[in-house]
Design a protein around this ligand. Structure first.
Ligand code: ADP
Ligand code: ADP
Length: 218
């Protein structure tokens, strides 16, 4: 489903973010991407969504080579990906339900259908009772769970979550991870990055990155 073949990413002559990284993620896998800040985790996840392109090597997602994909095909690629990135905060000018409905309305769903699906997605992350709340009235962990609901409302095959538990206390972080794992348990492929070794699930596969290199070929 996702394959990195000898991938390197160089942002500038002295900024080598990834070096010769190779691994495969099968459909339905739950994979943690571990490593200290600056190790290259965000860069790796961004490449899967064609937000960055490799300087060398190949990134294959659903059989497509990211380096060769036309920019007009990128929206279709991303439709199969649920993205939870720090840059994509919730919109504070509308309530939780409207935030989660947005991806559906953008792809042409009716308001009625979008609302039903958004409520179902909020229910799955345990926040249906906050549908009418404003984002800033929620805790950091709750906001992150809303971001998960927004990311999965289009039923993507893959979830990419970049440091979804950063800045959360342990209890909130565990709820966020439980919400992600619930989607894994219904067959969604999940890649979750974290710089916090304590957040890694002992039962799950872990890919360790350090200075842009794979530490243990998992
Ligand atoms: P992580 O997510 O593990 O913290 P990143 O992928 O964000 O790591 O960064 C890996 C390295 O690439 C770091 O040294 C970072 O400074 C550098 N880097 C990331 N994005 C850019 C960019 N847009 N331009 C230049 N350097 C970057
Ligand atoms: P509905 O059919 O009304 O959307 P479901 O209970 O079947 O209700 O699904 C609830 C929500 O779960 C969906 O709207 C969607 O947001 C989310 N979801 C995302 N991916 C999946 C998946 N692979 N399997 C099941 N549910 C998913």
């Amino acid at each position: 489903m996702i394959e990195f073949r000898n991938v390197s990413k160089q942002y500038s002559p002295d900024a080598m973010a990834l070096r010769d990284v190779s691994f495969t993620v099968e459909k339905g896998e739950l994979v943690f991407l571990a490593g200290p800040s600056g190790a290259g985790k965000s860069t790796l996840l961004k490449m899967i969504a064609a937000m960055e392109r490799p300087s060398a090597g190949q990134v294959i997602v659903n059989g497509q080579d990211i380096a060769k994909i036309k920019s007009s095909a990128v929206p279709f690629l991303r439709r199969n990906l649920g993205l939870i990135f720090q840059q994509q905060r919730l919109l504070t000018d509308r309530n939780i339900l409207a935030n989660v409905m947005m991806p559906l309305l953008v792809t042409g769903a009716s308001r009625h259908q979008a609302e039903q699906r958004a409520r179902a997605a909020l229910d799955k992350v345990g926040l249906l009772d906050r549908a009418d709340s404003q984002p800033l009235a929620l805790s950091g962990g709750e906001q992150q769970r809303v971001s998960i609901a927004r990311a999965i409302v289009n039923r993507p095959q893959v979830i990419l979550a970049d440091e979804p538990t950063a800045n959360l206390d342990r209890a909130s972080a565990n709820k966020v991870l439980d919400a992600l794992k619930a989607f894994h348990s219904v067959g969604v492929t999940c890649l979750i990055s974290s710089h916090d070794e304590q957040m890694l699930d002992a039962a799950a596969r872990v890919i360790h990155l350090k200075h842009g290199q794979l530490e243990v070929a998992a």
